[in-house]
Design a binder for this molecule. Structure first.
Ligand code: SAM
Length: 284
């Protein structure tokens, strides 16, 4: 039973002063314990689409509000177009971001300028997360989305095939470029097993820099490898548990506005992925 001394009442509900995790009232906290979220766009997302696979700012903000307090430090070891930085800076959090690809850092800087983001608390490092994560300290929350193995690659010089003349895939992904040709790019690992091994090594470094009792969210969907559907979520949970993380549940991020493709029609069921899994972990 709560005593009056530990509660503060504001317009959105009661804030419990024993809450060491976030700045939310009980009511706000409860809403974010749902196992799904509807993905939500805002105008500041528009420029991010020069990157092949950006987060949306509002989606990231919900997670940051759940897992941090003001002034805490958020880490994104695959920061791409800088969405995590924008989301965190808008909420008065500090942020450390890393990306191998300089052109995404340039894109992020343009987004910071255009959206008048205070960059004082943003530390964006150009480099390989396997190395750069060794040089950071005092992380309160990790939120990130790695490359989805090599799914952006195909045989047409870095651009996805345009098969629209056959009546397929004329939607948003046609013409998408892959991240880079760098050997240590997670998206360039030869096999899915190699991808998992390198991802585990990077996340182990991140685990060591995360403060105790703090959280980590990995955003990823299932995908196909050699045309076979893979339960990526289960592999990510296993590898994170190998590192020492405790799995605390998945929030499904619903993306109901994606185009549908007739992949197996009219012969076999092939799924259209219309969501990402936000897979959450805690360091005890
Ligand atoms: C799915 S994207 C992240 C998108 C990001 N959430 C956003 O909102 O733009 C994955 C990113 O990981 C980067 N990357 C791949 N391997 C890396 C590595 N070893 N170290 C750092 N970044 C890497 C890629 O350049 C790419 O930008």
């Amino acid at each position: 039973m709560k005593s009056v001394e530990v509660e503060e009442v504001n317009t959105t509900g009661r804030y419990d002063k024993r809450n060491k995790l976030n700045d939310l009232t009980g009511k706000e906290w409860l809403k974010l314990t749902k196992s799904f979220l509807m993905s939500e766009k805002c105008s500041a997302d528009r420029d991010a689409f020069a990157h092949p696979a950006p987060f949306l700012i509002k989606d990231v903000q919900k997670m940051i509000s759940l897992f941090t307090k003001k002034d805490m430090t958020v880490l994104d070891p695959f920061m791409g177009s800088g969405t995590t930085a924008i989301a965190a800076a808008m909420m008065d959090r500090k942020v450390i971001g890393i990306d191998l690809n300089k052109s995404y850092i340039d894109l992020a800087c343009k987004r910071f300028e255009k959206n008048k983001i205070n960059t004082g608390n943003i530390h964006y490092i150009h480099g390989d997360s396997l190395i750069e994560t060794k040089n950071i300290t005092n992380v309160d929350y990790i939120i990130t989305s790695p490359p989805y193995h090599n799914i952006l690659k195909n045989d047409s010089k870095g651009l996805r095939k345009d098969t629209s003349s056959k009546g397929y895939r004329s939607g948003s992904r046609t013409g998408v470029e892959y991240y880079s040709d760098l050997e240590n790019d997670l998206g360039n690992q030869e096999s899915y097993a190699d991808f998992l091994i390198l991802f585990q090594r990077i996340m182990k470094n991140c685990y060591e820099k995360l403060n105790n009792k703090k959280y980590c969210s990995i955003i990823i969907s299932d995908f196909t490898v050699d045309k076979k559907e893979i339960c990526v979520q289960s592999d990510i949970v296993k590898l994170m548990q190998n590192i020492g993380f405790e799995f605390v549940g998945t929030i499904v991020l619903l993306q109901d506005n994606k185009p549908l493709y007739p992949f197996g029609y009219p012969f076999a069921f092939k799924i259209n992925h219309m969501h990402q899994n936000i897979i959450n972990f805690r360091k005890s």
